[in-house]
Design a protein around this ligand. Structure first.
Ligand code: IPE
Ligand code: IPE
Ligand code: MG
Length: 238
């Protein structure tokens, strides 16, 4: 049974396996991405209904820029059309939209629609939906280190003040609590440069299901598994 009093506050998902899903069906990889967007929609709605407060979806990594040009362009176009089509629905469902990553590297037309949807959903307060785009955990840490270094050089902060609490304030989304549960679909048992700083004490859940096959029931199964775990954070629990 799902314990509605122990729903993770923040769920992060590495949505992997679109290409393999398509390949199994003799379809081009982009068809996997297309169906992947439908699953993302289902999981966003399910997350809101379950009372999850933050959902971070890994949609495009810093390394994914190295994929064939056509696949990258398709993913960018898909992102743009998704946001255009769903802006109204996000507002109606009270879902607040944000992004993390080196967003400045995205095509201008994608940045424009992102800025618009971020703005138009800012007052929404049910689910926080965060898309990781052009995102890399190492890049995020380097970007934070650079911002801190420049503030130290400017004399705004002293080196002695740099600690973990201060560091967090320079990450892309300092207001977001660390993920309680990280799900990776697609069968790989790795992190692939996702949220490196934030997942220090996150519960990890790996499933062989390919992302285009991952449904609300699979999300519930992951949360049930999470609810069986004892989170100790290095302490002794009696
Ligand atoms: C995940 O699916 C989506 C993105 C990385 C954009 P993949 O495209 O990585 O699918 P596989 O891993 O090749 O099956
Ligand atoms: C991770 O999947 C990135 C996203 C899901 C957006 P990848 O398919 O890029 O990861 P690797 O290459 O298998 O490590
Ligand atoms: Mg993959």
């Amino acid at each position: 049974m799902l314990d509605m009093k122990d729903i993770p506050v923040h769920v992060a998902i590495i949505m992997d396996g679109n290409g393999r899903w398509a390949k199994k069906r003799n379809l081009p990889r982009i068809e996997g991405h297309r169906v992947g967007v439908e699953r993302a929609e289902e999981i966003i709605t399910a997350s809101k209904d379950l009372g999850i407060k933050y959902l971070t979806l890994f949609a495009f990594s810093t390394e994914n820029w190295q994929r064939p040009k056509e696949e990258v362009s398709f993913l960018m176009a898909l992102l743009k059309s998704y946001l255009e089509a769903k802006e109204r629905e996000l507002i109606e469902n009270n879902i607040k939209f944000n992004v993390i990553g080196r967003v400045n590297l995205l095509p201008q037309e994608v940045k424009t629609v992102i800025e618009r949807v971020v703005k138009s959903t800012q007052k929404c307060d049910s689910l926080n939906l965060i898309l990781a785009l052009s995102y890399g955990g190492r890049a995020e840490i380097v970007d934070a280190a650079k911002k801190i270094a420049s503030r130290v050089m400017a004399g705004d902060i002293s080196l002695e003040d740099v600690d973990e609490d201060l560091f967090v304030n320079f990450l892309y989304a300092p207001y977001v609590p660390y993920p309680d549960l990280l799900i990776r679909t697609g069968g790989e048992i790795r992190i692939s440069n996702f949220l490196l700083w934030q997942i220090a004490y996150t519960e990890l859940y790996f499933t062989p299901k390919l992302w285009p096959d991952f449904t609300k029931d699979d999300l519930i199964a992951a949360i049930k598994d999470y609810q069986k775990r004892e989170r100790r954070f290095g302490k002794v629990i009696d």
